[in-house]
Design a protein around this ligand. Structure first.
Ligand SMILES: *Cc1c(COP(=O)(O)O)cnc(C)c1O
Length: 481
């Protein structure tokens, strides 16, 4: 299958090239020319890795079936075990698709356990022999998931930069204890923006690129605009539907609605891709926190990033420019219009889509938003009424899901373990909050009877490998190291 840029339909590439490149030349994102058809009957009883192999094969036609099979097995076999794509009942008609049973306890593991393997294989098939050095600026979740995905891979190095005082204790230790010879982790004095700006500057620095190229090193990023991160996320929509059908929660062929806590629009877009492939998806509900730029957009067709940025208790959704939305718009309206809208966004901070595009969008997507207080109330209600414990991001989606229910079953995508944000979750339950995250984890277990994932509770006994704090202006030196 060929892919083309959201801003230029002329230059097509195969999947390996799209994955190795990341961004298309000219700043567009790669999207598939068409959607492979799902074989629902043939796929419904497959294991998670087997289903992954089938979904990937439809898009990544230039990768060998043997490779896809072994990559899917390696990514999801031991790392997720029985819990890959686990869907649990919360109430009649309301389900949670728990995506946090992977190594770092957040849904980004699904993409970042698989994509690095696609990158290594893509480089091999394109006969690229350079070392790929991946730079990541992170506010928390992405850094650890990327470290875990890229650690130990041939021809890859990864450097992660996080704000020194900007992550939780757990998130910091998750990164600082990462093993592997090809990983480096730096705390940056300053906030997330300082770290991100420093990394962006390095990407744009021609002297850095030249210096590294002379040593056979090429810079790359791990963020969610890479097509290789999108495809693995399609799989769990299918897997969840099949489990609901199996237990009779949905009649085979009838629609299921999905509600997705959204930031960069990658996770929910994967659900739309599943629908294009033939999965009976009713509506995709886009749930935002107080940074509700997408709620306004889906309601009015006017995207306006010129607004105050809020730090919320669901930090992975604190986003004003939702990158993957560009992909949806290109599928609905074509690259010509998208090029104009993105130019408007760059020049003025806003753009407005035409009535046809808005109607097409509203046919498949509903939306809503929740404040931190709404989310906290939701955590408490779901626990007290349903004995279901969720994290702050998932809580936003539960809040919105209840307001967008139809006759179809509703699946809420649960994107992080509640034990990743133990202090906020405890506070939401009306409990006293200890200072340390580890005390908070123990208190949360006591209050709820739910066990913390081992990979989090064992963190305070692991050796800390990285303690270096650097200034934002030293990111360049670190990247050149
Ligand atoms: C990244 C993230 C999200 C948002 O996902 P997008 O694909 O960026 O929309 C939601 N919840 C958690 C816990 C995340 O880490």
């Amino acid at each position: 299958m060929k892919l083309y840029s959201t801003r230029d339909p002329q230059k097509t590439v195969n999947a390996a090239e799209a994955i190795v490149r990341g961004l298309a030349p000219g700043g567009g994102l790669y999207i598939p020319e068409n959607f492979p058809k799902a074989d629902l009957e043939g796929w419904k009883s497959l294991s998670y890795p087997e289903l992954t192999e089938k979904v990937l094969a439809g898009f990544l036609t230039d990768y060998s079936p043997e490779f896809l099979k072994s990559a899917a097995q390696a990514a999801y076999g031991p790392a997720f075990g029985e819990n890959a794509g686990k869907t649990v009942k919360v109430q009649d008609g309301l389900y949670a698709l728990e995506l946090w049973h992977g190594p770092t306890c957040a849904f980004k593991d699904y993409a970042l356990q698989l994509m690095p393997r696609l990158l290594v294989e893509g480089k091999r098939s394109l006969q690229r022999t350079e070392t790929t050095r991946i730079l990541v600026a992170t506010s928390g979740d992405t850094g650890k998931a990327a470290l875990a995905g890229y650690a130990g891979l041939d021809g890859i190095e990864i450097q992660v930069f996080y704000p020194n005082a900007g992550t939780s204790e757990i998130q910091r230790l998750q990164m600082a204890t990462q093993t592997g010879d090809n990983v480096r982790v730096y705390a940056v004095s300053g906030n997330f923006d300082d770290a991100q700006t420093g990394v962006k500057r390095v990407f744009g620095d021609a002297d850095v690129a030249k210096g590294l190229a002379a040593r056979g090193i090429c810079l790359s990023s791990a963020n969610s605009i890479n097509f290789g991160r999108l495809v693995p996320q399609i799989v769990y929509y299918f897997y969840s539907y099949f489990r609901l059908a199996e237990e009779g929660a949905v009649q085979w062929g009838d629609p299921v609605d999905f509600c997705v806590p959204t930031g960069n629009f990658g996770d929910i877009l994967a659900g739309w891709y599943a629908k294009q492939m033939g999965l009976p998806v009713g509506r995709l509900v886009c749930a935002s926190n107080k940074n509700n730029v997408l709620t306004d957009f889906i309601t009015t067709g006017h995207y306006d990033a010129r607004r105050e940025f809020y730090k919320t208790t669901s930090p992975s959704m604190d986003i004003l420019i939702s990158s993957n939305l560009e992909r949806l718009l290109a599928h609905l309206a074509g690259p010509g219009k998208v090029r104009q809208w993105m130019a408007d966004l760059f020049a003025t901070g806003s753009y407005t889509v035409d009535a046809d595009t808005l109607a097409a969008l509203q046919k498949d997507f509903a939306c809503g938003c929740a404040s931190d207080a709404d989310g906290a109330q939701e955590i408490r209600s779901r626990f007290e009424e349903d004995h279901y414990l969720c994290d702050t991001h998932t809580a936003v989606a539960f809040h919105v899901a209840e307001r967008c229910r139809t006759d179809a079953p509703m699946v809420v995508l649960s994107t992080a373990s509640p034990f990743k944000f133990p202090r906020d979750v405890l506070a939401a339950l009306g409990r006293e909050v200890p200072d340390s995250d580890f005390d908070a984890m123990r208190a949360l277990t006591e209050a709820t009877g739910c066990e913390a994932p081992r990979s989090l509770s064992a963190l305070d006994s692991l050796p800390v490998r990285f303690t270096e704090v650097i200034r934002p202006e030293d990111i360049r030196t670190a990247a050149l190291n």
